[in-house]
Design a protein around this ligand. Sequence first.
Ligand code: MTE
Length: 310
Amino acid sequence: MLIKNYKFDVDKTKTTDENLYKKRREILKLMGITSSIAIFPNMLNANDKYKLETITPENKATTYNNFYEFGLDKSDPSRNAHTLKTRPWQVKITGEVDKEITLDIDTILKEMPIIERAYRLRCVEAWSMNIPWRGFELNKLLNKVKIKSSAKFVQFKTKYAPNEMIGQKNPYIGGFIKYPYIEGLRLDEALNPLTLIATGMYGKDLQNQNGAPLRLVVPWKYGFKSIKSIVEIKLVEKMPESTWMQLQGDEYGFYANVNPNVHHPRWSQGEERFIGGSFFSFGKVKTLMFNGYEEEVSNMYNGMDLVKFF
Ligand code: MTE
């Protein structure tokens, strides 16, 4: 199992987690290692392990992005996303709940138990990073409503504001996608303690290009599930569509669990290009089942044909 470090962080307060993160960095500095490293068993060869354990440098994670609302090139979001207004910001929890609610971002930030966790982010395009997120478990936010037993899935929606998101206004910039960007999870996936709503990374608030002020992080699924700048969370009875299913359902399924044995029709998912900070932490590494979180999440898929439900 890879990335054990999140376990240290579960259910701790912000201060404890920040201290832990700092302490880990201090120890590593003493050892002459500048990037943060977790404790891992021997699943990969030493070089692959080193790569996957390295924290991706902040300037890479904030300038190499996918956020099509701001353009299709990886460098577009960091150049264009400053136009997104993240205050005031409200999030609605709607659908199959006893009472729909609207929450203000600042209330959410005040009330949610904020933690820090490093997770690997594996994009369907076969590159990956390791990012220290700040945020809270989605299940803690969903506790604010009473979910009806009819709810089986959760749908997420990004803000729709063509005047703030140039790609929503101009299809040549935004890639002819039907906006707003939408995503979905099964209810048990949404309630899994690994599923985070990120409000920050690298010990700071999220930058717009990374999905400020709130974005989903589901570390065992391909990165496109991690929808950015969320304004609505809707409990639904039936499996919702996602933007990528709408675009190309034969290539991007609802589940999108990282799986080195199920390849994209146009490229292999067996390996990934890890974006690290040094010469030694760049290059190809083996992709792990459920992105290394198999121990924590595989029980949710017992008996399921992961080729069919890709
Ligand atoms: N959310 C929205 N609203 N729009 C997007 O284009 N891209 C997704 C996901 N969330 C995307 C999105 C994809 S494909 C990936 S890989 C991740 O965000 C990238 O997150 P990062 O830029 O913070 O690394």
